[in-house]
Write a protein that binds this ligand. Structure first.
Ligand code: PGA
Length: 248
């Protein structure tokens, strides 16, 4: 079973909610994927209602690390749980970039998400410079290590998304051998930290994933994808699964 999670970023109005019906009406016959979507917060409740009982996961793109209180403009993981969502994307590179989120803040958020009974999807990825001059693996493992909460994560479901920053929204995907090498390093790190549990943490690849690059989903230690641009239309999103099915 693979995961395919759509990240709508800052896109989507209420008039786009027909998307959920298009997805439900066109689900693939083969049961090879668990799907998930992270719409903007304004559509989260519409999505949880539309996908209720379908097995499709719904999540937020961010949350605050506090439960509540004097944090104007913020949303807590308890509030996200309250509208029956399943997961929260944590530490997306656009949030690290635009909001100067640090890995230690991300670890606090991940902890809050776990405590609310939701699943964090912790995002990591290197800058182009790290990829071209070397040190990408060291950078990403260090980032992941600091983004994981210090609490015992043995019994807590979470996922890790590896998204090379230079591949996000650029139409350029990472080389397959680089993805395999990075995912193997992340797997080893998780096994060292969590023992056997680390073997089963789903590792997603993200960065310009489309039907053209769907074969990335077949690589060793790639358990699914985090999809931005191609997730905005049901057709382009589901075409990734069709391309994958053809070759599997
Ligand atoms: P992209 O975005 O598929 O548009 O590159 C991926 C992401 O940022 O999650």
């Amino acid at each position: 079973m693979k995961y395919l999670i759509g990240n709508w970023k800052m896109n989507g109005l209420r008039s786009d909610i027909g998307f959920c019906h298009d997805i439900l009406a066109n689900l693939p016959d083969k049961n090879l994927f668990t799907f998930g979507f992270a719409p903007p917060i304004t559509l989260l409740s519409d999505f949880t209602k539309a996908f209720e009982g379908s097995g499709i996961l719904v999540g937020a793109q961010n949350c605050h690390y506090a439960d509540g209180g004097a944090h104007t403009g913020e949303i807590s993981s308890r509030m996200i749980r309250d509208i029956n969502a399943d997961f929260v994307l944590i530490g997306h590179s656009e949030r690290r970039r635009d909001n100067h989120e640090t890995s230690s803040q991300i670890a606090r958020k991940a902890r809050a998400v776990c405590e609310a009974g939701l699943m964090p999807i912790i995002c990591v990825g290197e800058f182009l410079e790290k990829r071209t001059t070397g040190g990408a693996i060291e950078f990403v493992i260090n980032q992941l290590s600091r983004s994981l909460p210090a609490t015992d994560m043995h019994d807590i479901p979470f996922m890790v998304a590896y998204e090379p920053i230079w591949a996000i929204g650029t139409g350029q995907t990472a080389e397959k051998h680089d993805i395999e090498e990075m995912h193997a390093a992340i797997r080893l790190f998780l096994q060292n930290r969590l023992g056997n549990v680390g073997r089963n943490i789903p590792l997603l690849y993200g960065g310009s994933l489309t039907e053209k690059s769907a074969s990335i989903l077949s690589l060793t230690n790639v358990d699914g994808g985090l999809v931005g641009g191609a997730s905005l239309k049901a057709k382009t999103f589901l075409s990734i699964t069709k391309a994958f099915e053809k070759n599997s």
